[in-house]
Ligand binder design. Sequence first.
Ligand code: SAM
Ligand code: CA
Length: 278
Amino acid sequence: DLTNPHPVGSRSNHRTTPAQTGLISNKYHLPLPFSIRNSRVRQGRHQEVGHKSLLQSDALYQYILETSVYPREPECMKELREVTAKHPWNIMTTSADEGQFLNMLLKLINAKNTMEIGVYTGYSLLATALAIPEDGKILAMDINRENYELGLPVIEKAGVAHKIEFKEGPALPVLDLMIEDGKYHGTYDFIFVDADKDNYINYHKRLIELVKVGGLIGYDNTLWNGSVVAPPDAPMRKYVRYYRDFVLELNKALAADPRIEICMLPVGDGITLCRRIK
Ligand code: SAM
Ligand code: CA
């Protein structure tokens, strides 16, 4: 039942949310059309040679967390996850496996100058701050400073707060000023977008100018709670329904954009990596 944020048997014990995890298996007991796994066996689907379903169960996800994520999670990230878990909007936080993925990705691409749109309490921000070098930078934007300040003591204790410039307010006007200024063009190694989904296309129009050629933009939640494959009349939570069309439009637009190469990963709630090529 998509209208119930805490279905029986959900992973409340390790603080993940339907928005992050309601994919791949039918662990939320979603109606058949929602289940990617079940849809695989329906006619006309997935003719990929050698294709294997990766995550077949909730137990497998738990295995990943317990075997490779939690044991290697830095103490400060664990602490931030625990602080965030007590907050009423904790459904918004980045999952621990996605945090680990972002941290590794940033190291692999040697990211130094980065941006994050949508900070909340800062879990993905901390994953980024820990990955980039001492003189690395993160321009972090959120309309809500209070939530950022909830996580800030943990970020300070971790010794990485000096890498962060936090700007409170809507991100779009800031991006417009940066474009107008001119000196920010092609300067970002990595940009993580995890804010208002109805603006992702508007962000993309600007970010494609600001990211380096060869740099990456990561759009988060591009599988949108699994709702991208739901029939229009399927039961959905209100916010899932509201943003669904925007996510669908974004996914189409990214796939058709010749300025980028893309890779959509079923990590968390889906993240689409866009590498600027021109
Ligand atoms: N990346 C965060 C993490 O790891 O916990 C989660 C971000 S949360 C899903 C989305 C955030 O976007 C919220 O904190 C919200 O305040 C912020 N937001 C919403 N609209 C925004 C806007 N127009 N500009 C900047 N931030 C915005
Ligand atoms: Ca997210």
